[in-house]
Design a protein around this ligand. Structure first.
Ligand code: DGL
Length: 269
């Protein structure tokens, strides 16, 4: 038992999409205390420059470390793709950093069935080339095809799910030449698990659609166990903080997290 065991797991995203990762962590690790931070004052990150994403992510990391988080989960692909090294540097030896890209890359690169993997995500995630570089570094045999699908985040947040509009947008993106002949598709954005089923349906449920939340939660459990940092809490505590509060953010949490939660506002800026 380590003194830090019952310290919280810090989780952050540009907004509420990262709650899909928080949900998977809660399911797998119910004893962990969680502090979630959604930077709703600055979303979306997907259209921002690398410097700006780094500056927001570094500030949030400092905040979560101030809250004594033992580990920081970057539940945002855009921040993971553009600011992982900066976040690690900021955390130093005070907290372990888990992003949403490295665990998925390891999962994909070590599976022999993938010859051509597709990735969809925000513009800043796809333009960074991070997935491609990391997959190629582990397994140069895998061909990687990427496509930015920026309409998905506003579409999901506005509730266009399982209807004609979302079907048309999904069909239009997934029919592009970049995504033909793939044998797996990585959902490279923490909002996308909400439309995973609809995406699978487009492929007649014959393509492996890879959702990072469960992979990241499993990775986190193995890491905490290896570092002897698993919580012994029997009555775990969850805190959900946003940098800007509106009723809208409160309402859409229901899309991403199974239980009713109350957002608290704390502007770090
Ligand atoms: N949740 C962010 C991600 O995973 C997308 C939303 C945004 O653009 O801020 O990339």
């Amino acid at each position: 038992m380590n003194m830090m065991n019952n310290n919280p797991v810090g989780i952050f995203d540009s907004g509420v999409g990262g709650l899909t990762v928080a949900q998977a962590i809660r399911q797998l690790l119910p004893n962990e205390n969680l502090i979630y931070f959604g930077d709703t004052a600055h979303l979306p990150y997907g259209d921002k420059s690398r410097e700006t994403i780094i500056s927001y992510a570094s500030k949030i990391t400092r905040f979560l470390i101030g809250q004594k988080c033992k580990v920081i989960v970057v539940a945002c692909n855009t921040a993971s793709a553009n600011a992982y090294e900066a976040i690690q540097e900021e955390a130093g030896n005070r907290a372990v950093v888990v992003d949403v890209i490295n665990p998925v890359v390891t999962y994909v690169a070590t599976k022999t069935e993938y010859k051509n993997i597709g990735i969809i995500g925000t513009k800043a995630t796809i333009n960074s080339g991070t997935y491609e570089k990391k997959i190629k570094a582990l397994n140069p045999q895998i061909a990687v095809s990427s496509l930015a699908t920026p309409m998905f985040v506003p579409m999901i947040e506005e509730g266009f799910i399982y209807d004609d509009i979302s079907n048309a947008i999904i069909r239009s993106y997934l029919s592009k030449p970049e995504l033909q002949d793939i044998d797996g598709l990585i959902l490279g954005c923490t909002h996308y698990p909400i439309i995973k089923n609809q995406i699978s349906k487009f492929y007649s449920f014959e393509l492996d659609v890879i959702d990072s939340s469960a992979i990241v939660a499993n990775y986190l459990r193995a890491l905490l166990s290896e570092k002897k940092l698993l919580s012994t809490e029997t009555n775990s505590n969850y805190k959900f903080i946003v940098s800007d509060y509106t009723e809208y953010f409160q309402v859409i949490t229901k899309l991403f997290f199974e239980e009713d939660i109350r957002l608290e506002k704390k502007n770090l800026w």
